[in-house]
Design a protein around this ligand. Structure first.
Ligand code: FAD
Ligand code: SIN
Length: 536
């Protein structure tokens, strides 16, 4: 049965970034695929990726070195099996991207077959494939072209998934059969029913006031999975990117770590270089160290920003290697070939997420997760630069292969019935100010109390404030006709609450989680992942 309000497919993919589209391409070889994106196709964090995708590519490099670098950054919480699998399958996933037409930058003086490999913090070798400084845009171009050539894949843009369709099985386990979805153009809520569902909704940077993330990053996948009863974890590990352009109009535009990989230096306004005081690898120390160092220097000197200086490199090299960053900074009046760039840290990446195994399976049957929404065990307490595109590409392939097997086993069975969305006795949302204020309040609370440096007092305060916001939004959600702002706000506050709860549980400092009341790592009590499951 299929009509305008019930759409059936073998595979439902919620999210159209690198994880969703890679999965869709592989799944389409075994059945019909529907891809949902809540905005236009290009609106995904993937589109903004600059530095590139880390993968062992040169003969000098080795899987062992990439594994060791990843484990070192993860501060004791990486899952060795996940790291081994994802690193070793990296080249396969990169080859897939090249085969569908991704044009990574090649070395200038080479034979035309050799890729230019970038360097970033924490990597002991050059191993980052990139397309100048617009890697994500190029990957998305290739993926969307490949997807549009597959008749088995239907893409629904501006379709916002609200909640997962979940049933309890006789065994007591839950299974997922798709989602309720809001068509943002018509306001209609539709049922998308499928034999296997992939969450590929990306991250939750918008939980913080300042973020590098795209507007879509409101943590919907984590909130939906949590409400459905899936296990989530390690949400205290929020990565703050050390260097975003400081300019009132720049909306936290990212200044890629690849600049530091090419020798850019962090300086105070008086020109002093400060990173060697914090770490032997100086500017190429792991991100948590660099972000905390900048935060400390800003607080110590009462600064609004520090500077990133690449002016000692030849101007034509800078313009060629970083054309996007050069042009964007110039549009804000900063010529990076001869002026240092004002920078500040901003929320960038969520290391935790919906817990999956190495086949992308969550704790709910038929529900898979891949990309930034998932927690596979690769990143542990801190992600190595450019390992997230790698993880998304590898795990989307693996999830697709295992979902194909699941779908193959019951391809002939009828899909179950679910009730249509019941709007209830709702009235139109007329008090927008309540929604916009709650957005703002959540993001400020998280920035001020659950940021780069935390304390018991700040976390307790955040916990109280977020609990109150959750209650208000719960009441509001029950009464009003839903729209995307309200849906995203509800998810944002749910994710904020989960982050705070994970952070309060971890009474130590490790990787990206730094609490001044427990400044050291406590391996005995906390050398493990945080985990939350509704009702558990
Ligand atoms: P995304 O690419 O964010 O896609 C999410 C998709 O989900 C979107 O299509 C969105 O519309 C959809 N969606 C979300 N919620 C819903 C919903 N409720 N209903 C329907 N659809 C929904 N990583 C690297 O490895 N290397 C880099 O160089 C790099 N640079 C970065 C630069 C920037 C500025 C940023 C922000 C991140 C960067 N990262 C980088 C991180 C990396 O880009 C992301 O982790 C990765 O792209 C996430 O891919 P994804 O497929 O999981 O999600
Ligand atoms: C960057 O280019 O600095 C971002 C890389 C990443 O987040 O992995």
């Amino acid at each position: 049965m299929e009509n305008q309000t019930r759409i059936e497919s073998d595979f439902l993919v919620i999210g159209g970034g690198i994880a969703g589209l890679m999965f869709a391409l592989k799944a389409a070889e075994a059945g019909s695929v529907v891809v949902l994106t809540k905005a236009s196709e290009a609106d995904a964090n993937t589109s903004y990726a600059q530095g590139g995708i880390a993968s062992v590519w040169s003969v000098e490099d080795s899987f062992e070195a990439h594994i060791a670098d990843t484990m070192r950054a993860g501060a004791g919480l990486c899952d060795r099996a996940a790291v081994e699998t994802i690193v070793r399958e990296g080249p396969l996933a990169v080859r897939d991207l090249i085969e569908i037409g991704t044009r990574f930058t090649k070395v200038e003086q080479g034979d035309g077959n050799e890729y230019d490999l970038g360097r970033e913090g924490g990597h002991s070798f050059r191993r980052v494939l990139h397309a100048q400084d617009l890697t994500g845009r190029e990957i998305m171009r290739a993926l969307t072209e490949a997807v549009s050539s597959k008749p088995a894949i239907r893409v629904y843009e501006h379709h916002l998934a609200l909640d997962l369709l979940v049933r309890s099985e006789p065994s007591g386990k839950k299974s997922c059969w798709g989602a309720y979805v809001l068509d943002r153009k018509t306001g209609q809520v539709k049922l998308f029913v499928a034999r296997a569902t992939l969450l590929a909704t990306g991250g939750a940077g918008k939980v913080y006031l300042y973020t590098t993330n795209a507007d879509i990053a409101s943590g919907d996948g984590i909130a939906m999975a949590y409400r459905a009863g899936a296990a989530v974890g390690n949400l205290e590990f929020i990565q703050f990117h050390p260097t975003c352009l400081y300019h009132p109009m720049a909306k936290s535009f990212l200044i890629s770590e690849a600049l530091r990989g090419e020798g850019a230096i962090l300086r105070l306004p008086n020109g002093e270089r400060f990173m060697p005081r914090y770490h032997p690898d100086a500017e190429l120390a792991p991100r948590d160290v660099v972000a905390r160092a900048i935060d400390a220097e800003m607080k110590r000197h009462g600064l609004d920003m520090v500077y990133l200086d690449i002016t000692h490199k030849p101007a034509d090299f800078i313009r060629r290697r970083f054309p996007n960053i050069f042009a964007r900074c110039l549009s804000f009046g900063v010529d990076i070939t001869c002026q240092p760039i004002p920078v500040v840290p901003a929320a960038h990446y969520m290391c935790g997420g919906v817990i999956t195994d190495l086949f992308g399976r969550t704790s709910i049957r038929r529900l898979y997760a891949a990309g930034e929404v998932a927690m596979t065990g690769l990143h542990g307490a801190n992600r190595l630069a450019s390992n997230s595109l790698l993880e998304a590409a590898v795990m989307a392939r693996r999830a697709a292969f295992s979902a194909r097997e699941e779908v193959r086993q019951d391809a002939r069975c009828k899909l179950p019935d679910f009730p249509l969305w019941e709007p209830g006795r709702t009235i139109n949302s007329d008090e927008r100010v309540l929604i916009t204020n709650s957005w703002d309040e959540t993001r400020r609370v998280m920035w001020n109390y659950v940021g780069i440096v935390r304390s018991n007092e700040r976390l307790a305060r955040a916990h109280r404030r977020i609990a109150l916001l959750q209650e208000e939004i719960r009441n509001y959600y029950g009464e009003r006709v839903i729209d995307s702002d309200l849906v995203e706000l509800r998810n944002l506050v749910t994710v904020a609450d989960l982050i705070v709860r994970c952070a309060m549980w971890r009474k130590e400092s490790r990787g990206l989680h730094y609490n001044i009341d427990y400044p050291y790592a406590d391996d005995i009590n906390y050398g493990r992942n945080s985990r939350i499951e509704e009702g558990a």
